[in-house]
Write a protein that binds this ligand. Structure first.
Ligand code: SAM
Length: 260
């Protein structure tokens, strides 16, 4: 999704603005010293500051020294906010363009010592046993070709909290929990609009070929539960604070014994 909302920085008037223009296009509007912003004309507004303002009150009061993993860190906005609060941040992204922006932003904000950047696919987390106190998993789920594999891997790396967001299908948020065992003859209810479902995007959505699966809200809840998570807070539509629950779900019997 990032691509369709990216901003080119034009008409640079200072050295730092020239650097911003050279690193264009930007999805994150970073606020830099001296009131400089990287995407001041972002179509979504001051993105993602307005999301951070909603999430921050739900984080533990003191995250100083906690380990945080920012998956799909993009230009690093969330990593920077977390590092400012004293967290030890690992920021991963599979796209070098965004990582270049993030490393540059970290220098400008003097946060480079607090953040480890890695060019990594989410699926590569399978190859490490490291767990993180808090994982930010925002705006990445619908980019995954293998969404439940990705979610299960992320849950297996979460110690305390998973902050989750995905693009969703528009529509009614109300739904009932799915039955424990759906009768074969009653499978027609799978056609009901509020049954947990994901739309598959064969080609592009908003010009982006990496948008693969768009779930409805019922599906988000069901998948989070099925991956062994408990939803602690629904911050707003699409944003959730989750904790690992009892590991008795089928998905946790998945053995990740393979290399990506
Ligand atoms: C829509 S942006 C979201 C950025 C940021 N997390 C946010 O919420 O503002 C998606 C980001 O995830 C990265 N990404 C997509 N698929 C990924 C994957 N499989 N592993 C790691 N990063 C991925 C993209 O390069 C991009 O920076």
């Amino acid at each position: 999704m990032a691509e369709s909302f990216e901003c080119k920085f034009t008409n640079p008037r200072s050295e730092i603005e020239k650097e911003i223009a050279d690193l264009s296009p930007w999805f994150h509007n970073l606020h830099l010293p001296g009131g400089i912003q990287t995407a001041p004309n972002h179509k979504l507004g001051d993105f993602p500051s307005f999301n951070w303002l909603q999430i921050a009150p739900y984080l533990p009061e003191n995250i100083n020294e906690m380990t945080v993993l920012d998956i799909g860190c993009n230009a690093g906005f969330y990593s920077f906010e977390l590092a400012k609060l004293g967290a030890k941040v690992t920021a991963i992204d599979s796209n070098d363009h965004y990582l270049r922006q993030a490393k540059w932003g970290a220098e400008k904000l003097h946060l480079e010592k607090n953040i480890t950047f890695k060019n990594m696919q989410l699926y590569d987390l399978i190859n490490s046993d490291e767990k993180y106190d808090i994982i930010f998993f925002l705006g990445v789920f619908y980019h995954l070709r293998y969404p439940l594999l990705g979610l299960d891997i992320v849950v297996s790396r979460t110690n305390k909290f998973l902050i989750f967001q995905t693009l969703t299908l528009p529509g009614d948020d109300s739904f009932e929990r799915t039955p424990f065992d759906l009768d074969y003859e009653k499978r027609g209810i799978l056609n009901q609009p509020n049954w947990p479902r994901m739309a598959f995007i064969e080609n592009r959505l908003a010009g982006d070929p990496t948008n693969w699966w768009i779930p409805n809200i019922a599906c988000v809840h069901a998948m989070l539960r099925a991956s062994g998570l408990v939803i602690k807070h629904k911050i707003c539509r699409e944003f959730y604070i989750c904790e690992p629950g009892e590991k008795n779900q089928l998905s946790h019997q998945v053995n990740f014994n393979f290399k990506t």
